[in-house]
Design a protein around this ligand. Structure first.
Ligand code: COA
Length: 132
């Protein structure tokens, strides 16, 4: 697959919203320049958003790949892209305790468990940190 990754622009919103499973929508993140998309043949197949700060550190808030495009390395490529953009010592992210694909992906990339947040979702939200 020959996808590329770039910053999302306003025109990407409807394509992201077609498959976005997370609460709300990604309009604000796009307008703040905090959303990145993986594009294959001019189709948005995945996105990742960042939060501006997490106690002064970058935080990857959402990452999602279209169902039919999963398992082809796009999630890995989006994380790699975001990690490479930040010259910070630590990058944080989080996922629900039962999200096996994401837990597997984070473990593979060397993220370490950094705690859990309760009462946000049904499952505990597990926080991870990549330290470099
Ligand atoms: C998590 C997610 C982004 C991964 O994207 P992806 O493009 O499928 O990821 P990759 O193709 O780079 O695969 C990464 C690893 O996860 C593994 N994986 C993919 N689907 C899996 C599944 N259902 N169960 C277990 N592992 C899985 C892959 O096998 C791969 O590991 P490997 O190289 O050891 O085989 C994708 O599953 C997704 O969009 N999930 C819904 C949204 C979500 O839960 N986001 C995370 C919380 S913010």
């Amino acid at each position: 697959m020959s996808y590329s990754i770039r910053k999302a622009v306003a025109a990407d919103f409807s394509a992201i919203d077609e498959f976005d499973m997370f609460a709300g929508d990604r309009q604000e993140e796009i307008s703040r320049g905090e959303c990145f998309v993986a594009v294959d043949n001019e189709v948005v197949v995945g996105y990742l958003t960042t939060a501006r700060t997490f106690y002064q550190c970058p935080f990857i808030a959402y990452v999602q790949v279209r169902d039919e495009a999963q398992g082809r390395g796009i999630g890995t490529a989006l994380l790699t892209f975001a990690e490479a953009r930040w010259p910070f010592e630590k990058i944080y992210t989080s996922t629900e305790a039962d999200n096996l694909p994401m837990l597997h992906l984070l473990q593979k990339r060397g993220y370490a468990a950094a705690g859990e947040i309760l009462f946000i979702q049904n499952e505990p939200e597990l926080v991870f940190c990549l330290r470099r």
